[in-house]
Design a protein around this ligand. Sequence first.
Ligand code: ZN
Ligand code: ZN
Length: 118
Amino acid sequence: MAVEEPGGAGESGEPGAWACPRCARDLVRETMRSGRRRAKEWRRCPGCGFLGRPDLGGRPVLHPFRELTGEDGDCVFCGWEDCNRAGEAFAWNDWWCEWIVCTACGRENVRRIKRVSP
Ligand SMILES: [Zn+2]
Ligand SMILES: [Zn+2]
């Protein structure tokens, strides 16, 4: 489920006026710049820790992400620990997949979780 941007929030069209879908607090903008790759933007809730990422296609939606820890949190590219963030699972080619973003090196990839049961 993606979170719809509240229409007419009265914030003069400034993107960033997101409210937390869980506790309705204003989300804090967090910019991540990694190496040569373009900056990535996130929104974090100072109350409950909700983490969202604005749609890259420019749609006014926020995709919920979560921070991974342990083995799943380690980047397969740069080897940094506890740096991965995962989006919501989606079905693709008979597999449940997660979109993984590394906050250390900025690389992104899709990780298979398990087969979609028939
Ligand atoms: Zn919240
Ligand atoms: Zn990495």
